[in-house]
Design a binder for this molecule. Structure first.
Ligand SMILES: Nc1ncnc2c1ncn2[C@@H]1O[C@H](COP(=O)(O)OP(=O)(O)OP(=O)(O)O)[C@@H](O)[C@H]1O
Length: 292
């Protein structure tokens, strides 16, 4: 891949805190127009990595380019091309939702329409409400609105849907899908594996400051090739077999039952199963290392 195809290019990123190496040599490429999800347990280094890419923290080592620029040296023109939804939100409690979104629109050369943005996060009915009166999930939706109001080329979303109810999460997913169709590049961190699976072109799993694997959601950890489980029910009760040839198994069952197979299910490991395997292996390694 040519470097000009990349919105984010990271090589050998290291960040140390006094008592912790938070990021221990991460490489990461994100293409223009790609939706990339960074996954990992609490304390893995997701926020630290994201904040370095946003220009809010300094790397100790490594080469970082975001939209072609080192974020540590970026100017306001670069800032106007980037949207940020951080984990903790700003507090302008006395302004209404509409006033605040309008106010932020004023910071950018090509803002989106404030009313449209408010609608896209499902806050139309709260447009005149002061922000201090919003619920946690509504406040989070406002954060997302403020992140996209500047019409960014690249959008950082750090756990954007924490505290959303299921309907708000679906609405948010639609918003992200719409942004993708307009070519916005998105880096998302999330603890919701279904969210990553639904939204991301590729996912990266980070643990203990190291990038374990980067892949599409359906190939992570060799997922596509993993053994399937076929289960069904008959007079003797529930049955399950593990097989690499689930289609042949289903054909056999169909022949045996002469048609519909009661309670037939074919399951491959979910993204969550794969993720937990990857993380579990690292945790076991760390425990072994500590015991030695
Ligand atoms: N300002 C800081 N000073 C010292 N240590 C820090 C600081 N910020 C983060 N850390 C430590 O660095 C490690 C990585 O933290 P980070 O916030 O990047 O993790 P994360 O993957 O975003 O976690 P979460 O899912 O909980 O948000 C953690 O061990 C954390 O305690």
């Amino acid at each position: 891949m040519k470097d000009t195809d990349l919105a984010v290019r990271v090589r050998g990123l290291v960040k140390r805190y006094p008592d912790k190496v938070a990021v221990a040599g991460v490489d990461l490429d994100i293409r223009h127009g790609e939706v990339f999800a960074l996954l990992g347990p609490n304390g893995a280094g997701k926020t630290t990595t994201t904040e370095i890419l946003e220009g809010y923290r300094r790397a100790d080592e490594g080469d970082v380019k975001v939209l072609g620029t080192d974020p540590a040296r970026a100017d306001r023109h670069w800032r106007a091309r980037v949207g940020i939804v951080a984990q903790s939100s700003r507090d302008e409690a006395e302004l209404s939702v509409a006033e605040l979104v309008q106010h932020f629109a004023g910071y950018y050369p090509n803002p989106r329409d404030p009313a449209e943005v408010i609608a896209s996060v499902g806050l139309e009915e709260k447009a005149k409400t002061r922000t201090r009166k919003l619920s946690g999930g509504q406040r989070r939706r406002l954060d997302v609105a403020l992140g996209v109001i500047g019409n960014p080329e690249l959008l950082f979303l750090d756990e954007p849907t924490t505290g959303f109810d299921p309907e708000a999460r679906r609405k948010f997913w639609t918003l992200i899908e719409n942004l993708r169709t307009t070519g916005t590049t998105i880096l998302l961190t999330t603890h919701y594996l279904d969210e990553a699976e639904h939204l991301a072109d590729r996912v990266g799993v980070i643990a203990d400051g190291r990038m374990l694997e980067i892949a599409t959601p359906d190939t992570l950890g060799g997922r596509g090739a993993r053994t399937a489980r076929v289960s069904w029910l008959d007079a003797d009760g529930a049955h399950e077999v593990r097989t690499d040839e689930p289609t042949a198994e289903v054909a056999r069952l169909m022949a045996r039952f002469g048609g519909e197979v009661p309670e037939l299910q074919v399951r491959r490991p979910s993204l969550e199963d794969i993720y937990l395997d990857l993380i579990g292996a690292v945790q076991a390694e760390t425990l072994e290392g500590a015991a030695r």
